[in-house]
Each structure stands twice: as C-alpha cells, then as structure tokens.
Design a protein around this ligand. Structure first.
Ligand SMILES: C[S@@+](CC[C@H](N)C(=O)[O-])C[C@H]1O[C@@H](n2cnc3c(N)ncnc32)[C@H](O)[C@@H]1O
Length: 352
C-alpha cells in the first residue's frame, strides 16, 4: 500500500489518516519520561563512554529510549511491557506498509459480535462498542500471527498500538484499580502507528523477575527503577496485561481483575530490602544506577517507600562507592498523599 507522510500523519492511499504514537504517549505510574534529561546527564557524566545499558525494571522503556546508541537490555515482570519493548527496540524486520494496512482496517471496522473482552468489560473502562472492537482486534492479531501472515515483531507492534489506543480512552485516572462511575465512555478507540527509532539491531529483551535475570546478564551500566511503595503494578495494569497475554482468564470483582499471584513484586512488600540485597549481589556491571525517591515516610501508608536510605546505602556499598544525585520533582500520586517537595534521587554506585 503506498504511504505518504505529512507533519505527524501518514496517509493511506492519500485519503485517510493514521496517527503516529511515540513511546512516551502513554500514562504509567513512576514513568521517568520527564526525568530523562536528568538521568541521562548524570549517567553520561559519571559513567563516561560505554557499550551496554541494562534497564531491569524498564516499565514503558522511557529511560532505555534515550540510550539507543548503546546495546540495550530491557526487562519487566509484566508481559504487556515486554511486548512493547519488542515493538520499540526489537531486532526483527517489519513491514511498515503491512502494519499501516492492518491499523487502517482496524480503525474502520465495526464488529457487531460479542467476544471475551466485550463479555467481561462492557461499560466499565470502555463502552460496549469499543470493547467489541478491542476483543476483535486482539483476536485478529493472534489469528494472523498463528497463520504466519505477520511475524512476531509485527504482532507485538500491533498489540502495542492497541494498548496505547486503549490507554488514551480508558475511563480511569490512568490505572485500572477501578473505573470511574458516570465517567465518559464515548471516546472512540483509534489505533496509531508506532514511531520506531531503530538504531542498533542487537538489543535483548526479557520478561522475568529482575533479581533472577541479573545473575545471567553482563552490562556496563545497570539502571534500576523498582517500585518503591506497596502499589503492585500487576494490580494497576491488570487489564492491559490481560489483553497482551490473551489467555482469556476468568476475571472477578468490580475491577474485573484476573489472578495475578505470579506477577506480584517483592519490591512492594516488607521483603523489599532483602530482595534488593540479592539483586545487587547478582549484578555484574561497572556501574549500578538506582532511581528511588524520598517518600520514606511522607505520604499515606500505601505511598511510603519500602526501603530506607540506610538499607539502600548499606546494600549498594557492598559493591563499591556510592554517590547520590537529586532533582526536585512533583510526585505522581493522584490523591491525598501528594507532597510537593518530593525529590527524585539517583544513586550511582561505581562497582569495585
Ligand atoms: C517504577 S516502574 C519503572 C518505570 C520506568 N523506569 C519508566 O520510565 O517507565 C517499576 C517497574 O518494575 C516492574 N517490576 C516490579 N517488580 C519487578 C521484578 N521483580 N522484576 C522485574 N520487573 C519488576 C513493574 O512492572 C514496573 O513496570
């Protein structure tokens, strides 16, 4: 299909528009997009020239995205994030024209039949029409993948496009712990084409527990951005995870969550410091860079950090000298616990 590009839009057959989406056009708790300049400037200055950058709690992949001149290692416990890493940083070739064709057709199709997604989620986070569309699109992506019409990278690019489109219109304040009663369900689901800035096709992506993975990789700089409070990411993003995995599990409760027992993070529990100690011991790297904010005892209990500064310093110092860099930053919290003097800290450990 011939493509034309003008400003921020591609045109299919010069007639209809397909919007572009970038890696940072999604909402994600603890996303470091706005701190990227700070993080990059410290790493550039402190770690000098290096080849391999590992982001073991990569979330959206925002931090890794500013190190695309390096070989990247990305990892997250959520499969929905892993799928996105393959989209933004994967190594396999993909066809822009083919993807554009799929996205154009998805945007213009109106399914009338019920499916897994519409059955369980209609008129909650999305209206019935959008739910039918989401379920149809996800099923169609898998069917085309299984029939070898699209390769794995193309599958993951299409899933990422769907997840980003869902995030744009969901009837929530950005996460899926609950949906708004009487919220606006009328927004239309529109998929965009991900803008992929591929530079080095040698990246590695994983969907594992960071503590275990750390023992099997070698990098020059290992960046760590674990959850710092008791909010589990699998609770906040269960719905996107469900769509990405597409195993159609039973869902329950008002929020329609599936069983997430295998996705719970130790970093959100009282075991955080012990788990962090094992992680640090496993790391084989010249530098360890940790993001951890100063919410130790500032917000409501759920927002309080799970590791104290004493714990962090004691553990990091087993690997080498540690220096702390700070930047004031407005806390992510949407509610009562918001504190304005929040400081984002970067702990840089020069390993022995
Ligand atoms: C603070 S967020 C990272 C945000 C990321 N730096 C960004 O800019 O988008 C923490 C991430 O750690 C992931 N996570 C939690 N426990 C994990 C574990 N044990 N292993 C790997 N990832 C984990 C969560 O799913 C979440 O995406």
């Amino acid at each position: 299909m011939p493509l034309k590009k003008r400003n921020n839009y591609y045109f299919v057959d010069a007639a209809d528009e397909v919007k572009r989406v970038s890696i940072n056009s999604r909402r994600y708790l603890g996303n470091k997009y706005k701190l990227n300049d700070f993080i990059k400037s410290i790493i550039d200055k402190e770690c000098g020239d290096f080849k391999v950058f590992a982001d073991l709690f990569a979330g959206t992949g925002a931090v890794a995205s500013v190190f695309q001149d390096k070989q990247l290692i990305l990892n997250d416990i959520l499969y929905s994030n892993y799928v996105s890493y393959d989209c933004w940083f994967g190594n396999e070739e993909y066809s822009d024209a083919k993807l554009m064709d799929f996205i154009y057709q998805y945007n213009n199709f109106l399914p009338v039949e019920e499916n897994y997604f519409s059955k369980h989620y209609s008129d909650t986070y999305f209206n019935k029409k959008n739910c039918r569309k989401i379920g149809f699109i996800r099923e169609d992506i898998e069917r085309n993948y299984n029939q070898h019409n699209i390769n794995q990278r193309e599958r993951n690019i299409l899933i990422t496009s769907l997840l980003y489109a869902m995030d744009k219109i969901s009837n929530t304040c950005g996460h899926y712990d609950s949906y708004r009663r009487n919220g606006n369900l009328e927004k239309e689901l529109i998929l965009g084409i991900p803008v992929i800035n591929q530079t080095k096709p040698v990246n590695k992506i994983y969907n594992e527990d960071a503590t275990e993975l750390a023992a099997r990789i070698v990098a020059d700089v290992v960046y760590l951005d674990p959850p710092y409070n008791s909010r589990q990411y699998c609770d906040a993003y269960h719905l996107l995870e469900n769509v990405a995995c597409w195993k159609k599990p039973e869902v329950f409760g008002c929020a329609r969550k599936m069983d997430r027992s295998l996705l719970k993070s130790e970093y959100c529990t009282v075991n955080a410091a012990d788990t962090f100690k094992r992680l640090i011991k496993n790391i084989n790297s010249r530098y360890i860079v940790l993001s951890y904010n100063n919410m130790a005892k500032k917000g409501v209990t759920r927002s309080n950090a799970k590791m104290s500064d004493n714990d962090i310093l004691r553990i990091l110092k087993t690997q080498g000298e540690v220096e702390i860099f700070t930047q004031d930053y407005k806390v992510f919290s949407t509610g009562k616990s918001e504190t304005r003097d929040n400081t984002e800290r970067l702990f840089v450990c020069r390993c022995k």
